[in-house]
Design a binder for this molecule. Sequence first.
Ligand code: ADP
Ligand code: MG
Length: 452
Amino acid sequence: MVKSISEIAQLWERILSHIQAKLSDRHIYDSFFSGSYIYRIDGDAMLIVVNSGLAANLLSTRYLDLINESVSEVTQSTFKLKFVQENDIPTINEKPVEEKSSFFSNSYVNPKYTFDNFVVGPSNLEASQAALMIASNPGKMFNPLFIYSQSGLGKTHLLHAIGNYIREHAPVLKILYITTDDFVDEFIRYVHGDKESETLKDFFKGIDVLLVDDIQFLADKTKTEEMFFHIFNALVNSDKQIVLTSDRHPSELKGLESRLVSRFGSGLAINISQPDLNTSQEILKKKIEANGLDLNRFDPEVIRFFAEKFSSNIRELEGALNRLLFYIINIKETSKITMDVALESVQSLINVSDAKTKLSETKVINTVADYYNLTPAQLIGRSRTSQIAMARHISMYLIRSLLDVPFQKIGQSFGGKDHSTVINAIEKVEKQLKSNSDFSLAVNELKKRLKN
Ligand code: ADP
Ligand code: MG
């Protein structure tokens, strides 16, 4: 195998000498091959830099056979050759490498969500036990584990907790956490590319533990579903662990093929219900401590008030706590957090600061919607067509970069998406900004409009 830079340079020298021997016209050789070099070898792709656009054109057409022949004589194998001018390297450099070599490059197991910081109560006891059992025996118990609940009750947290646990206890296993959105996006991008679907399947063959969040979003996407079905079967048949989450029981998933639904239900399906008051209070206490605050500063009544008011959705409970923390740090410094302070925080922040950010968030959403001929409702709604999704991602990116709004809060403005969805969306935009000049023109234009 060719490895070092100097080895690659020598390789090209040898190929050139073969080419030179075959070319009858010395001028052609001098003119078009001088200064050429191999920029990169990536698998069977060889990228060669030449001295002009004309040379790139000529070598990839008229002289391609001759060069191919020389390459295979020297290397004893075949390569897909690509010729570029030096100026064109950056664009060529970024796109194909990322698209071809790594799927789901933005996905990761979030170290923030662990079993340690997951508060267990009657509402989630079974789910957390099943998750822990799976994590300690991946592929050996029930497959898939299917966790379902309403939004904000800890499904995503448990998926990451499984991932983190396995990473710690069985580091050789390859874990992939993805949202169903990620899967759909990756599949569509992939189908639009010119590769056979075999490679995406191959990619999954290397995965030992597959964690897929919010599988209900696979509904009504026949082609994507079919691909998922094959991947699912291949993994289960080779005893790889799959964990799925959803907002409902498998039998209630609409718009999914029955063969898929029956697979989903063939392992173990477990529900998380709304936490009781005690569990909500424990969760709140844990979050307060995680924020580095002394619990003793909080009047127990405050904890109880918040837990009672927001028990149907832990994400909202956290949101309320964040508002309170913001208030006592930025607006009213106080050593004791009493009921009065808590109520003030809720009131004042809803009325003043929230109104202020709301205004600007609304402005971003209206401006982006207007630019793409969409309604604001479409932007913050659930539609997943790629055009709307892209506009939505741009809105999230602008809200974050111009207003510095926390990810979680952005998620709330877009119909209760969780913060990792927002982070993913923003990363997608950042990636596009680097590689797609039309895209960055559009984003710049939007920024300009927002400054007026
Ligand atoms: P879902 O995926 O069900 O919508 P998440 O897993 O995103 O919900 O949970 C929302 C928030 O609530 C997260 O920040 C999560 O850490 C927190 N949360 C939910 N349940 C618990 C729990 N039992 N203990 C600690 N935090 C929790
Ligand atoms: Mg979730």
